[in-house]
Ligand binder design. Sequence first.
Ligand SMILES: Nc1nc2c(ncn2[C@@H]2O[C@H](COP(=O)(O)OP(=O)(O)OP(=O)(O)O)[C@@H](O)[C@H]2O)c(=O)[nH]1
Ligand SMILES: [Mg+2]
Length: 304
Amino acid sequence: MSGGFFQRIRSGLSRTRTAVVDRIVDAVGGRRLDDDTLEEIEEILISTDVGVDTALAIVEGLRTRSRETPDADVFDMLQAELEQILAGDDGFDANALPARPYVLLVVGINGVGKTTTIGKLGQRYAEAGRKVIMAAGDTFRAGAVAQLEVWAQRAGADIIRAQQGADPGAVVFDAVQAAISRDADVLLVDTAGRLHTKVNLMEELKKVRRSLTKACEGAPHDTLLVLDATTGQNALAQAKSFHEAVPLTGLALTKLDSTARGGIAFALRRELGVPIRLIGVGEGIDDLQSFDGGEFVRALLARE
Ligand SMILES: Nc1nc2c(ncn2[C@@H]2O[C@H](COP(=O)(O)OP(=O)(O)OP(=O)(O)O)[C@@H](O)[C@H]2O)c(=O)[nH]1
Ligand SMILES: [Mg+2]
């Protein structure tokens, strides 16, 4: 992978890195790992939202490793422990499409970065020579369609939309039919993150999902949950409730550039078991990156 990619996540993750690396350097300070330093490392991990259970497991792993190889570097051991948690995550590949049209349903609460993520993905697929259609399934929020339209234009994608207040299920059904009849490669389905207080978001998303399946057997081929890393442990609770409503196949973790709580990636991977496919480390087009567990850990633990 290119140095530019590593540099970008590295700078994007600078807040979490400072919160982890500097404090571990202070805590260990050339000493060997003992109960006190391990306890401090546990606290540091918890403060970056690794979660209590996951932090405990990591520290137990460190304890075992330091017993087996007492002279090993703390950061090398930590890197191995963290990589082990994130091992096997696939990332995102604009050239690998499991179906045609490939239907990607994007869900998440309001403001997490769904529409931005769809816009950036649309551009990636377009660059890979794919014909893209975007479905404006957020019919609730004023301005939602206009926002998606800007991204669609930028990516040269078609957009299927309806009037504000229209039934999202009907919009996405039409969008699948359009994707089939226009011979599109990819259909990116945007959804609302918030509805009228009387309408339950999860019930609405189940309906949207059913409409997609009705319009095309096997769709949605992937359901991506977008999570805002700045919400920390709350992201884990959100992920659990979405996963119950619409089975998730991947996660996108955004705003890692503006938080020191990137440890949530480990809690999510370990406690939810859904792979992280994308990370957002800024608002620019290049700031949505395919997730690579090894690169992520290296960027997180990089010392000057
Ligand atoms: N710093 C930073 N900002 C981001 C990132 N991803 C998205 N944003 C910003 O977050 C804000 C909300 O993004 P949207 O894409 O509109 O979020 P949404 O989930 O579609 O929101 P609703 O449609 O209201 O549900 C925008 O200002 C984005 O530019 C990221 O990785 N880093
Ligand atoms: Mg949106």
